[in-house]
Design a protein around this ligand. Structure first.
Ligand code: ZN
Length: 128
């Protein structure tokens, strides 16, 4: 089996996140101490270091922050997907997330996106 480089190896903690993604749900982590959400999932809050952090289902809405078109990537499975759009999006809940934008149409900063799932990996597409 060829190693995949687009999906991090899940450990016991991030398993929850990837299991939800496989079912079409995007999870974030919300801190009970300061109320802020974060992504990627951590066992403590990166804002205030509290360990009072719970999983929460994200709305799936995001705004495009920045992106670049990747024309070459030799790591499987990216090679067969080029060109693709590597992007950073701001989730409606606040956290900034590295992802990929799929679908047709011109991209512009700040445009509204919604989560989609490809083989259990969260990606984003323009919202109509
Ligand atoms: Zn916190």
């Amino acid at each position: 089996m060829t190693a995949r480089h687009d999906v991090p190896e899940a450990d016991a903690f991030t398993r929850t996140y990837w299991d939800a993604a496989a079912e079409g749900r995007l999870l974030i982590r919300r801190c009970g101490a300061c109320g802020r959400a974060h992504h990627y999932p951590r066992e403590f809050c990166p804002h205030c270091w509290s360990e009072d952090v719970e999983w929460e289902r994200a709305s799936g809405r995001a705004a495009l922050y920045t992106w670049s078109v990747v024309h070459r990537n030799d790591l499987p499975p990216f090679g067969e997907r080029t060109p693709y759009v590597a992007a950073v999006v701001d989730l409606a809940e606040g956290p900034r997330m590295m992802t990929e934008v799929v679908g047709e149409g011109e991209l512009r900063a700040g445009m509204e996106l919604e989560v989609a799932f490809r083989e259990g990996t969260p990606v984003f597409r323009p919202r109509d």
